[in-house]
Design a protein around this ligand. Structure first.
Ligand code: EPU
Length: 420
């Protein structure tokens, strides 16, 4: 495997227009969920990111035919889908855990390695497994492999301890073909949950309530051919909006996005003094010389998303005074702190709150990306520097951001991938 770095030539006066791609966190569920279909699935607006390519490769290894047709992806059904996921591909990303719900529903069994993904502290999947067990599946572990089996999956009522995105979607996948009705209470309300439910319903699933705190799934026997267009990625949109807010150029237009999905971010950016023009599917943002410091706490949707906490830290360096952001979802989502410090940021962590005092003229440096959104925070910081920054281990960024070099170029930022 190549070790790649990203070299970014900073330009604080950035401006221009950027197009947002399809949503990563619904794509990583919809691709595994496609195996539930008894006919052909055509997906549109799938983001061109490494996590999706990895999942499509897993689909091929378990016997599905995957066809790329222009920008559409066609997945052909295979009633005899293999149920062994003993491939290192599974450990490359978090989203591979959606094969648990999908294979359990389709084949009533699955044997798999544990999912990987960004290291954000402990990321257990006990809510997923407890829910599968309530639906009548047996869960065991042997030689570090997770084994799930069910004679018959049965509908039931599941009360989630926390509105986990992954558990909500995984249980919804399993329930789609279970016998009877499944009710998931205290479920996640993130737009990605709704996108996955809309996809399943487009094939004939019977799911109501997605987007609220209670989802009801009436199991069906068969799912039919569909063409489904994924929603835009709200975190990619949020990242470019934060970049626009951090810069001193003439403004950035983020196109092909859903402003409702980033309401908490737009409210914050407006409160601190950014100029915003919000249209149906685009947002124009222009910063202001005197943005106000703020405090924000992340939380489950519709609260401020944890996925934008790291990018937000780079904006905080450009605001006079002390701003802070409290992380409440993940125990260790702070990899950007030492790296931004290397770039001269005045940043520290106390308990689970990050404090940043600005304004800092960030200095170009040699930094390391440890996780996807940490990488995004470094890319923003590098864009704001006067000079050239090198970000190592940039593979983690390509896992979840589509064509970033091309998109940064649209904003007048030159970036270059360097392969060792
Ligand atoms: N949790 C448990 N047990 C479980 C499941 C979750 O204790 O069985 C805990 C987690 O450890 C965490 C909290 O509950 O502390 C929330 O986890 P959640 O299940 O909601 O997150 P996830 O499914 O692991 C997805 C996204 C993340 C995003 C979070 C929160 C995918 C593949 N990942 O993770 O995306 O941050 O929801 O919105 O959809 C990213 O895109 O960079 C990313 C990390």
């Amino acid at each position: 495997m190549n070790i790649i770095k990203l070299k970014i030539y900073g330009n604080k006066n950035l401006y221009g227009e950027v197009q947002i791609g399809g949503c990563k966190n619904s794509a990583v569920a919809i691709i595994p969920a496609a195996i539930l279909c008894d006919e052909e699935v055509r997906l549109q607006n799938v983001p061109q990111i490494d996590d999706c390519y990895t999942l499509l490769e897993i689909l091929s290894t378990i016997g599905h035919q995957v066809i790329f047709e222009d920008l559409d992806i066609i997945i052909k059904p295979n009633q005899k889908t293999k149920t062994n996921l003993v491939t290192s591909l599974v450990s490359k990303l978090r989203g591979s855990y959606y094969f648990l719900g999908a294979l359990l529903a389709k084949r009533k069994k699955v044997k798999t390695l544990y999912p990987g993904g960004c290291n954000l502290g402990a990321r257990p999947i006990n809510y997923h497994l407890d829910g599968f067990q309530k639906m009548n599946a047996r869960v065991s572990e042997k030689d570090n492999l997770l084994i799930l089996k069910a004679k018959k999956l049965c509908g039931t009522t599941i009360d989630l301890e926390f509105p986990s995105v992954g558990a909500t979607i995984n249980l919804m996948l399993a329930a789609t073909k279970a016998k009877g009705t499944t009710i998931i209470n205290n479920c996640a309300q993130e737009p990605e949950v709704e996108d996955v439910a809309n996809f399943l319903n487009s094939m004939g699933a019977k799911i109501t309530g997605a987007g609220t705190n209670q989802i009801i799934i009436e199991g069906v026997n068969k799912l039919y051919k569909t063409t489904y267009k994924l929603m835009p990625d709200r975190i990619e949109a949020g990242t470019y909006l934060i970049l626009g807010a951090s810069s001193s150029g003439s403004g950035v237009t983020v196109k092909n996005m859903n402003p409702h999905h980033v309401r908490s971010l737009l409210d914050l950016l407006s409160e601190i003094g950014c100029e915003l023009i919000v249209n149906e599917d685009s947002v124009f943002i222009k910063s202001n010389d005197t943005l106000k410091p703020f405090h924000v706490e992340v939380g489950p949707y519709p609260a401020f998303p944890t996925d934008l906490q790291q990018p937000l830290c780079s904006l905080m360096t450009q605001i006079e005074g002390t701003s802070s952001v409290k992380e409440t979802i993940f125990h260790n989502r702070f990899s950007q702190i030492p790296e931004l410090s290397k770039m001269n940021a005045n940043i520290y962590l106390q308990d689970n709150t990050i404090y940043v005092t600005g304004i800092t003229n960030l200095t170009p440096s040699h930094v390391i990306a440890y996780d996807l959104r940490g990488a995004a925070s470094l890319v923003i910081a590098a864009a704001l520097c006067d000079g050239t920054t090198i970000i190592e281990n940039i593979e983690v960024f390509f896992r979840g951001y589509e064509k970033p070099v091309e998109k940064l170029a649209k904003l007048n930022i030159t970036a270059e991938v360097i392969k060792d």
